[in-house]
Design a protein around this ligand. Sequence first.
Ligand code: ADP
Ligand code: ZN
Length: 751
Amino acid sequence: MEHLERPTQPLKFVSVILDVSIDKLLDYSVPEELADKVKRGMRVEVPVRGHLRPGYIFEVKSSSTFPRLHPISQVLSDEEHVTDDLFDLSLWMAKYYCAPLRLVFKIILPASVRRLVQPKQQLFVMRAKTRDELAEHCTTIRTKHPAQAVVLDEMLQVKKGILLTELLEKTGGTRSPVDTLAKQGFLVVDIVRIDRSPLVNEEYFKTKPKPLNEGQAEALAKICNSLDHNIFETHLLFGVTGSGKTEVYLQAIDKALKQGKGAIMLVPEISLTAQTIERFRSRFEGQIAVLHHRLSPGERLDEWDRIRRGDAKIVIGARSAVFSPVQNLGLLIVDEEHESSYKQTDEAPCYHARDVAVMRGKLSAATVILGSATPSLESFHNATKAKYILSPLRIRADSAAIPSFTIVNMKQEYERAKTYTSFSEALLKGIKKRVESGEQTILFLNRRGYHTTLLCKGCGTAVKCHHCDTALTFHLGENALSCHLCGFTLSPPPRICQKCKAPDPLKFKGVGTEQIEKALHAVFPEIRTLRVDADTTRHKGSHQKLLRDFGTGKADVLIGTQMIAKGLHFPQVTLVGVLNSDASLNIPDFRASETVFQLITQVAGRAGRGKIQGEVIVQTLLPDNPTIQLAAAQEYEKFFAEELNSREMFRYPPFSQMVKLAVSATDARKALEYASRLRRALQQQLADAFELHPVVPAGHAKVKDRFRYQFLVRGPSIAPINRAIEVGREEVPQPHDVRLLIDVNPLSTYF
Ligand code: ADP
Ligand code: ZN
């Protein structure tokens, strides 16, 4: 017998990135028993100076330039966690957003995936015979076995089947009639792994692609060209509400699917309503996964699995859906790309999903579409510099006319009414006319609650939150003052000023949505109203129910905060009133004008989406303000040119790059001191081209008992700033209890 020599395994090595510093790669050897397991992107544990530390495999290789290497101690993730393109994206994010890789992965892999929530197994009931047969049986047994008949009634209505628990809830009975029917062969009860997809039981009408108008066809042709050539190109679809952007998205997705590619479509959380999802479901039934923040961890895991398996080729979701593990990703769409909710602002990494989408497109050689009626200045600037491909859609696809705008000077209204009033005469007339003709009105106000402040007449102090530096808002429904930053409440509201103890009772001021609703009923006792704000939409599904009720004509007027500004389509709405259009103009931030312009345009887009021309009434105390005027005239390009001019003059983005460093601590002095020392450290490293703003208290100087200070760094590029921050943080020890949040390209420089 020949002696067979055991073939020697080729030795394997890995270079590993530690959580803490992603610039350094450390090489390790791989013990034989782990050799088959290691793959790029996996989480492993490695020895570093006598301690075991977690890290990620950056590369698997067959040699290393270092002679004596420690072996990795274990593989922490058995499955390959992220695909190559997501791993590259993570590395980019960690660098660009100055965040530890660990926190980046925390977003990329949902908690349920990391902790491996068990897939849910439940009993599912389905029909075992045709609907006709069941209906016939139901009639015969109705009087003798009413409980069984009730079950059959329910089973005749469901689509494919229904969860047993859900069925029993609906029939209000026990399991025994279900079991009897199953034994007789009318129903089957089976264990299935259920897809907790929130939409499984709904039915959709199949819609067909619409023949495109010229603008749409041109835009789609350019997009298809990128898709055909598998190249990374970013398209900016710039068209008013109703110009048919969504139809272009649908047909672009269709094209991508036909090429065997997957697609991700991002929408702002707020517009992730049944209405939006329905339009996609009706075109691509069964191929869609929906991700939103109200999914339970189990539901999220199910959707994630469907995506990774390739069962769902299209992902629709809010911000973090940009990280979906879509197979063969070919198309990324960001609808309403200017939306601020795409930016994560409260914890690291402070990423912007639109920018991440563009980067992911680049890394995956995928096509990117950004769509908006009011593109962000950054994106429009990129389009004019030919970095993005611009496709304007100039007319409304549904042939509805652009609404007419009226600016109402509220100062004159107060004089006329001889008192403060929330509604101008024109607006009241307009609402009355709509009620009489059976049309609908939307009223927009950016403040929820009843009164926005409770003031002392003596010393003028507002009642503030005990934990935050902000005035409390009065909510009539709960007879309470509440803090919109931390949720603190005072009930009942105090009657005497805590500061000057003046004997006069405190006075309410400022109007919120709750009061608007009440005031409207005082003027029109018969009017039917619905209110959509954070207070009325706390429960799962309530937001969608309110919108559905409005859509089916259950109210004349919909009153709401920015929650109603986007993406809704109600053909019966012919009047939109913007009650306090200028409120945000007083915020000292270089984006204030852009925000107001976008808001007016977005809200106005809700008017006249049917056959009748819409009307928009913009109430303001600043009727001559250029932003309000240009918004009312819908002069986007003019606004854009003027705004870009001033940004260039003052070197604000997109003419500079900016990083905000926000420091907080329960001890104000500690926060201020750390911020100042960090700032000095940065100053020493950054060249003259970089400008460091002074350390100032944040717009909300205290939140949840933490004092907040911040400073801005501006310069021609981000990378040197980030390097300086890294070095600065090593030099200046961060005291215990002091937090630092690094916000690259912050949306707000004030709060
Ligand atoms: P946007 O996304 O820009 O707001 P939509 O895609 O929602 O615009 O289009 C607005 C309305 O016009 C929708 O009711 C849509 O069905 C319809 N529509 C879009 N494109 C066309 C087209 N080419 N022909 C006819 N109707 C269209
Ligand atoms: Zn508070």
